[in-house]
Write a protein that binds this ligand. Structure first.
Ligand code: SF4
Length: 445
């Protein structure tokens, strides 16, 4: 049962010492009730308070780890329903299906494809987190062999089977890699819980309704399994989203412990387009792990792009290091353009400069990760900040000419910038996509 802020306050030292970073014990109690701080941030809390507050201090959603070493994946520990309330903590893990009924050559080809994926966007790697070995053959030995084979892919593993016998056979090969065992139902709860406990791996609870799922997690917990993941087994991804939303609300807003676990969902049906759409929606609302069957790069890129956007901390814009970057074999006569250090802006400009096939310099000005217009209107991008960046990059020693191309959207600063730097200011295009034509036609002429 969750405690109110006032109930928590009664258990605190009430010295208002501020060691926790809060102005008063009451403020700390309120923040603790909302799960925004941890009790360990108050060094003076008594043992009695720690015991009494253990439930209130526990995160509303448990953090679950599966996989081992560098392949380990974390899911859960979310504290808010909406990203703007704070941030989301554990990016949805995208898992690719490896069905055990594939012929050996097809299995090897799929594994090779999975290993070859290496996506990067705005300077960040976007990994495929896990491989879900799916038991479709009906043969426990074949499932175990597929799991053993998947172990060589060095990804976190999810063993998807309803059969305790097949799970036991697979775990005999891969339990050292701490796979996620998926899944226990009401009928198999005891057998699957015993296997998960023995292998020390987390376990998925599978049921058709949130009520049944809550009853099942209590049963698994009573059997000794603490690390659980929820699988709401709905007819399609869209019904699943409704259920996932309800689960999230109950866990975070009502502190309903039986559903205080991360979730797994499957978008393995239909065309690659269907899977990309369903998986992207599930990433938004609120799947911790999404399994897809397609290995079409464009479909995976759409899903991973959604994941990257949703899980970016809204209070920390993705930034690149503010400095001078060479695109191609830039030399002393190459053009110099400036832009801001907001990753999306920088990488868009970089891609367009690269597309021009004219080697160039990009001066990346520190605007605390904001875009050109936002930075200009917030006075983070002005003649002083650009001149400072030029000086820091020793631009005068890098190029022989004294010409600086500025974004068309801030043409208004060209006069002041010319006065500040003594350089000739060329107003570039407003849209980054016009940069190739600009460099080819204006710079070269
Ligand atoms: Fe109160 Fe503890 Fe915070 Fe000090 S550290 S203000 S005692 S809650």
């Amino acid at each position: 049962m969750a405690l109110s802020g006032l109930e928590i306050f009664k258990l605190l030292p009430k010295t208002n010492c501020k060691k926790c970073g809060q102005p008063t014990c009451l403020a700390f109690a309120m923040a603790l009730a909302q799960k925004k701080v941890g009790l360990d941030q108050c060094p003076d809390a008594s043992e009695q308070a720690r015991t009494s507050l253990a439930a209130a201090a526990a995160p509303p959603m448990r953090l679950i780890t599966f996989g081992a070493g560098p392949a380990a994946c974390k899911t859960g520990q979310e504290t808010v329903l909406f990203r703007h309330e704070e941030k989301f903590h554990s990016p949805t893990i995208i898992a690719l299906a490896l069905p055990d009924d594939l012929a050996p050559e097809a299995l090897a080809a799929r594994a090779k494809t999975i290993q070859a994926f290496a996506f990067e966007r705005v300077g960040q790697a976007m990994p495929i987190g896990a491989v879900a070995v799916i038991h479709r053959s009906g043969d426990a030995g074949r499932f175990a062999a597929a799991a053993d084979f998947a172990k060589g892919l060095c990804k976190a593993l999810i063993l998807v089977t309803d059969s305790p016998d097949a799970a036991k056979a697979a775990l005999a090969h891969v339990k050292d890699s701490r796979p996620l065992l998926c899944a226990a139902t009401d009928a198999t709860a005891a057998a699957m819980a015993a296997l998960a406990k023995d292998a020390k791996c987390p376990l998925v609870a599978r049921a058709a309704t949130p009520e049944a799922l809550a009853a099942l997690t209590e049963k698994l917990k009573a059997a000794g399994c603490e690390d659980l993941v929820l699988w709401l087994d709905t007819p399609d991804a869209w019904a699943g989203m409704e259920g996932l939303t309800l689960e999230r609300q109950l866990a975070l807003k009502k502190n309903f412990r039986p559903l205080g676990y991360p979730t797994i969902a499957f978008a393995t049906d239909g065309s690659p387009e269907d899977q990309a759409a369903a998986a992207s929606a599930l990433v938004c609302k609120f799947a911790g792990i999404v399994v897809v069957e397609t290995v079409e790069p464009w479909a995976l890129l759409a899903i991973l792009t959604t994941q990257q956007n949703i899980y970016t901390d809204p209070q920390k814009p993705v930034q690149v290091e503010p400095k001078l970057y060479a695109v191609g074999e830039a030399g002393p006569d190459s053009p110099v353009l400036f832009t801001t250090n907001f990753s999306l802006t920088y990488y868009t400009v970089e891609g367009d400069v690269e597309a021009s096939r004219i080697p160039a310099w990009i001066l990346c000005v520190d605007t605390e990760g904001t875009s050109v217009l936002t930075a200009y209107s917030g006075d983070k991008l002005n003649e002083k900040t650009v001149a400072k960046a030029m000086k820091a990059a020793n631009l005068e020693t890098v190029v022989r000419h004294r010409k600086l191309i500025i974004p068309g959207y801030v043409a208004v600063m060209s006069g002041k910038l010319e006065e500040e730097t003594g350089w000739e200011i060329l107003v570039g295009p407003r849209e980054s996509s016009v940069i190739p034509r600009y460099l080819q036609e204006v710079w070269r002429s």
